[in-house]
Design a protein around this ligand. Structure first.
Ligand code: GN1
Ligand code: MG
Length: 329
């Protein structure tokens, strides 16, 4: 069994069963993060049934059901595990290498959003409450600034000051919600580029994966995470901030790719908020990584000391560039 370490939350392995043919993706869900894993399963089931009915040809990776008909199995410590079929002939991408690839990725997530846009949200639970609520994440950040590990507060002092300079984005977020411009629909809520599989032969998107945060949300969350992870020539893990940039033609490709699928769904008021999406999601990730560093790495998996400070430093640099080197107004 081989561990796959690109995700920051769950524990994922590729499991080969030589005598049985296909391989599988075996995953232990992180119970600290997903306190109600059954909600994940129920949401995926609801979406799968909806897609089978309305778009039967759409490739949607569902977990394998056990003989008891359940897709979650608990081990003796009460940890939830599940199995996905491994889709052979596919690969993932961590950084976009052409505007055409960025367009295709954004269009694939846009299509996913469109196909689920009429799924009634009433039956869809929240797998992580207030997940992308920027006002709440700001509150968590200010709390972390008060009760964080003292040595870490000192070490991250430049990043803390840098983050505070973007607080007007929180006001803009609150204003967006209060205006009623955003329509709540079912979204993926984790559209980073490596949550998409590509066909190895055609180099086209195969399917969207990592459906743990499939739940009600706003389109700015999904478009914003696409912008955040597709426009820069380096990923959120890059330590050398001089390599971070907003590639204009990629930004254009992300927005047009996403809109090629979602424009018919979005209202005119929502379309006005397109420029806010990337800034909002880049800021929220900077705050979440930085808060986690301050609290002692309690949420995101890290593979070396200081990784949770590298990440917000990276995201704040990207955010500055998304704001054109200016503070947001
Ligand atoms: C986490 O599970 P993974 O690595 O795809 C996180 C996302 C972040 C992302 C940053 C449940 O996603 O919100 O955008 O890391 N998921 C959760 O890389 O917190
Ligand atoms: Mg993932």
């Amino acid at each position: 069994m081989e561990r796959i370490t690109t995700g920051h939350i769950n524990f994922t392995y590729r499991a080969e069963v030589p005598t049985r043919g296909p391989s599988f993706i075996l995953q232990r869900i992180n119970r600290q993060v997903f306190q109600k894993p059954e909600v994940i399963s129920a949401n995926i089931r609801l979406a799968a049934d909806y897609l089978h009915k309305h778009d039967p040809g759409y490739l949607f990776p569902e977990p394998v059901q056990g003989v008891d008909g359940r897709d979650l199995q608990y081990d003796e410590s009460g940890e939830p595990w599940r199995l996905f079929p491994f889709l052979s002939g596919t690969y993932t991408v961590n950084v976009a290498t052409s505007p055409a690839q960025a367009y295709a990725a954004a269009a694939a997530f846009g299509r996913f959003n469109r196909l689920l846009s009429n799924l009634p949200i009433a039956g869809v639970g929240e797998t992580i409450p207030r997940f992308h609520d920027l006002a709440w994440r700001w509150q968590q950040f200010t709390d972390a600034c008060e009760r964080g590990v003292p040595a870490r507060l000192a070490e991250a002092s430049p990043e803390i000051s840098q983050a505070k300079r973007f607080s007007t984005l929180v006001d803009q977020y609150r204003a967006c919600l209060q205006s009623g411009a955003l329509v709540k629909r079912v979204f993926h809520n984790d559209t980073k580029i490596n949550n998409l599989l590509w066909w190895g032969d055609r180099h086209e998107p195969a399917c969207v994966i990592d459906l743990d945060t499939l739940m009600p949300g706003y389109f700015i969350y999904d478009l914003g995470d696409l912008v955040r992870t597709l426009v820069s020539p380096v990923s959120e893990e890059e330590r050398d901030v001089t390599r971070i940039a907003v590639r204009d033609e990629y930004y254009e490709a992300v927005v047009t790719g996403y809109m090629s699928a979602m424009e018919p769904v979005l209202t005119g008021e929502e379309i006005q908020l397109v420029p806010f999406a990337g800034k909002m999601m880049t800021f929220i990730m900077a705050l979440r990584f930085l808060s986690d560093f301050l609290l002692g790495d309690v949420y995101y998996q890290t593979h070396y000391a200081g990784q949770n400070l590298v990440r917000p430093r990276n995201q704040l640099t990207l955010l500055e560039q998304l704001c054109g080197g200016q503070l947001p107004n």
